[in-house]
Design a protein around this ligand. Structure first.
Ligand code: HEC
Length: 95
C-alpha cells in the first residue's frame, strides 16, 4: 500500500513537471506574475462596451493598436500604462 501511495505521489510530481514544461504562454506558471495576462485583460476590460469579435477581427499595426487603445481608454476603458503596452504587444503579435 505504501508503495502504491509513493508511486502515486511520484506520478503526480511528474505530471506537475510536464505541466510546467508544456504549458502554453497563457497558463505558464513561470510567467512573471507581476504582469497581467493580456487574454484575461481583454476578457475582463474590453468586453464592456462591445464584444470580443470587434477585437478579434481587427488587424492593425503596432501604432494603430496604441491609437485604438488610447481611443477606447478615452471612452472609459480601464488600463494602466503597463497594461496598455502588454495589450498592444499581444494584439499586434497574436496569431
Ligand atoms: C468604455 C467603452 C469601451 C471599452 C471598455 C473598450 N472599448 Fe473598444 N470601442 C469602444 C467604442 C465606442 C468603439 C466604436 C467607436 C470607435 O471606433 O471609436 C470601440 C471600437 C473598438 C474596436 C473596433 C474599431 C477598430 O479600430 O478596429 C476595437 C478593435 C476596440 N474597440 C478594441 C478595444 C480593446 C482592445 C479594449 C480593451 C482595452 C476596448 N476596446 C475597450 C468603446 C470601448
Amino acid at each position: 500500500m505504501k508503495r502504491i501511495v509513493s508511486l502515486l505521489a511520484l506520478s503526480l510530481l511528474f505530471a506537475g513537471c510536464a505541466e510546467i514544461e508544456f504549458g502554453t504562454p497563457d497558463t505558464n506558471p513561470l510567467r512573471d506574475p507581476t504582469l497581467t495576462d493580456p487574454v484575461t485583460l481583454i476578457n475582463e476590460r474590453c468586453t464592456l462596451c462591445h464584444d470580443r469579435s470587434r477585437i478579434d477581427m481587427a488587424r492593425k499595426t503596432r501604432d494603430e493598436w496604441t491609437a485604438r487603445l488610447n481611443r477606447c481608454q478615452s471612452y472609459g476603458a480601464r488600463m494602466d500604462e503597463v497594461e496598455k503596452k502588454e495589450l498592444g504587444d499581444y494584439l499586434y503579435i497574436r496569431r
